[in-house]
Ligand binder design. Sequence first.
Ligand code: GDP
Ligand code: MN
Length: 396
Amino acid sequence: MNLHEYQGKEVLNSFGVTIQRGIVAQTPDEAVAAAKKLTEDTGTGWHVIKAQVHAGGRGKGGGVKLAKNLDEVRTIAGQIIGMNLITPQTSAEGKKVHQVLVAEDVYYPGDSEPEEYYISVLLNRTTGRNMIMYSTEGGMDIETVAEETPHLIFHEEIDPATGLLPFQARKVAFNLGLSGTAFKGMTKFVTALVKAYESSDSSMFEINPVLKTSDDKIIAVDAKVSIDDNALFRHKDYEAMRDLREENPVEVEARAVGLNYVDLEGNVGCMVNGAGLAMATMDLIKQAGGEPANFLDVGGTADAERVEAAFNLILKDPAVKAILVNIFGGIVRCDRVAQGIVDAYKNMGTINVPIIVRLQGTNADIAKELIDNSGLDVQSAIEFQEAADKVQAVLA
Ligand code: GDP
Ligand code: MN
């Protein structure tokens, strides 16, 4: 589950990570009130208005702007709230902005120039360890840095037996070229960041930029936080931060009925039991000349109700030209699934795309008979290849 910047910063701050302070606002009036409150609390005269959507690159798309007085706060908030923000990380249609973060300006002039760094904490899947990835090239697209100047990206692996050791935090600060107050600030920052990452059961933290202010404070200016969905059961407070407006509506609906669904670009809908078989089915569809329209694991109990819910989800996608149902009857009996398909189909009236059903395993033969005798426009198959050929035929 991804968090908005303002929510990510709240989580960071609760573990002692210093952040650029801000208040979220839904309207220009609220933005002005937020700016006044921030001036009282922090003494800042200038404010940055930041679009809150689940996508990076907001600055480039016009979603992050500096306001030098309350009139500008009102005008800019009015421009950003309700806009369709298009960034390198959104689709071509962009994302609708429902709220902004009004934040203190932290790039104020002073004894030294403000400096931007990149720091993320994430799992290194090769070593199975958490690691800190960091760079002096903050504020920029990290993918570009990785491509053009890979020697400017550093890694620090965390041994799970010891946790982050103090010398490692110092090494990060050293490699970023810091000294004095900023060096100390950075070691504290990194230590708190790793603690926050571990304690919140996150799967990724990306702070870009981490800022060294002109008076040598180290603060998180941006926060991209992803919490591991499988850990949300023990973080009800984070789960409450979920913003359904930011998520794919069909996937939201699927979760509500307990189906594991991922929307994809293709034209063949698939309904499968088991994630492994679902992956294999997607390969099969590609080999047959189609493209999967979705990943859908209906799980172990494919009864009429679940099958109907699954059909309904798949059919929400207008690109779907055929549906392939691929069920392995291990614990679940194929004839019960077949009955579920027939019942669901009858219940739904007409389905305007061809359906190919492959049932294999316990009572597969009875299941095939049930489908073939149902009088419905459903083709049955027992072998994987047979199913692929039938998909190919209906797409031709
Ligand atoms: P992103 O574009 O979605 O990654 O959003 P960020 O939160 O990283 O902000 C984008 C850019 O806005 C930063 O790299 C900064 O250059 C700029 N910015 C952010 N906060 C401030 C601020 O307080 N003052 C000024 N002047 N610029 C800021
Ligand atoms: Mn950023």
